[in-house]
Design a protein around this ligand. Structure first.
Ligand code: PLP
Length: 403
């Protein structure tokens, strides 16, 4: 009895530390209503939390494709790609993605997380060096840790810092490979990296270059194909289908030889069941729609401009946001949580993002816009933020008066 308590004591210890530091996470159920509304308890909220940037997750053509592909191919791919899971539609999707991104080849993965973890750890080993932006997504960091390569992080978007690390690594001369890792649009700040600058450094220092385009795909670049498309200097471009594509899964676009290497050596491809046909159908449909959605993208970017201008007029910092992701910087964790709660009471679904997802002291409300948001939805959001910040400053004023 005593022994069993001891065996599981680490759960209580970790969970109570988490609770004490106000970092408790829980899974709150919501029901999707339409492309922008969710139901939470007895409240209907306009959601500004989803990554469904083009509202495609509720698009009738994607829903129909899921049904048709399931009827034609069944509900499962039934095995790994290498066993019996590569259907003609998997190859067809890979060819279409490679063309759209301007690479020789592409390979589908079951999620962006899985792609990043398993590709990076297949590319580099304990004799390698990985240089990554300080703010890259956790899945990229996990991949680097799993690889056992030496990891150095350069200051966010600071290519001079990256170059100084590259210089000393080359002088050092002891690494078998150097891999540079960045995103195009950063998931929690909504700012962008200098992709051409990264390519130039990678070429100058003869490194591999790995770019995660998850938040630009569907939203930025020609035909919505992202900020890493048609750039030969990038060795591997990763994109995810769970965001603007309104579906699920991910791809890496690369050379045909790199694809062969991954098919032979990447465990995250080899030892997992292939994506099901219904998902492949929705991705193919989203890919077909992509070039036709310029008006939606223009509307989305206008909404983001308007939201940033409004937040600035209220005195809020939006970090370096230059995309549909607009962080409302708050600072302390508890203040961000309180603000999210107040917004929810006004019918706004907006999530407080806290450490360790973001650096300590930079808790924020992450506002993610969708082209399905109307001007009226945005008005509602702006008014709610205004009221929230008024009530917060009233509370501070009355606190001061009490003192
Ligand atoms: C969301 C995200 C991922 C993970 O993709 P999933 O398909 O959701 O697993 C990877 N990289 C970045 C930058 C992301 O924002």
């Amino acid at each position: 009895m005593i022994e069993s308590q001891h065996r599981l004591a680490f759960l209580d210890n970790a969970l109570s530390r988490q609770q004490q530091s106000q970092r408790w996470r829980s899974l709150t159920p919501v029901k999707p209503v339409d492309a922008v509304h969710i139901q939470k308890g007895d409240r209907t909220l306009i959601s500004f939390s989803a990554n469904d940037y083009l509202g495609l997750s509720k698009h009738p053509q994607l829903i129909a494709a899921a049904q048709i592909y399931a009827e034609r191919y069944g509900t499962s791919a039934t095995a790994s790609r290498l066993v019996a899971g590569t259907y003609d539609i998997h190859n067809h999707l890979e060819e279409a993605i490679a063309t759209a991104v301007g690479k020789e080849a592409a390979l589908i993965f079951n999620s962006g997380f899985q792609a990043n973890v398993s590709i990076i750890s297949t590319l580099v080993d304990r004799q390698s060096l990985v240089l990554c932006d300080r703010l890259v997504h956790n899945s990229l960091v996990q991949g680097i840790l799993l690889s056992r390569a030496r990891l150095k992080r350069y200051r966010h978007n600071d290519l001079e810092h990256l170059e100084s690390l590259l210089k000393s690594a080359v002088d050092d001369g002891s690494y078998n490979r150097i891999l540079v890792v960045s995103e195009t649009v950063f998931s929690m700040d909504g700012d962008r990296s200098d992709v051409d600058g990264l390519i130039q450094l990678a070429q100058q220092y003869q490194t591999l270059l790995y770019i995660d385009d998850a938040h630009a795909l569907g939203v930025l670049g020609t035909g919505g194909m992202g900020l890493a498309a048609h750039k030969p200097g990038i060795d591997l471009v990763v994109g995810t289908f769970g965001k603007a594509f309104g579906s699920f899964g991910a791809f890496v676009a690369c050379s045909a030889k790199m694809r062969d290497y991954l098919v032979n050596f990447c465990p995250g491809l080899i030892y997992t069941t292939a994506l099901p046909p219904s998902i492949i159908g929705t991705i193919l449909t989203a890919l077909e729609l992509m070039p036709t959605l310029d008006a939606e993208r223009t509307h989305l970017h206008r909404c983001a401009d308007r939201l940033r201008a409004h937040l600035h007029s209220l005195g809020y910092d939006t970090a370096g946001s230059q995309s549909q992701i607009v962080p409302l910087m708050v600072g302390p964790d508890t203040a961000a949580l309180a603000m999210a709660q107040q917004l929810e009471e006004q019918g706004i679904g907006a999530i407080a993002i806290r450490p360790p997802t973001v650096p300590s002291g930079t808790a924020r409300i992450r506002l993610a816009l969708s082209s399905s948001h109307t001007e009226a939805h945005l008005d509602h959001l702006c008014r709610s933020i205004e009221r929230t910040s008024e009530s917060t400053s009233d509370a501070i004023t009355s606190q001061i008066q009490k003192i």
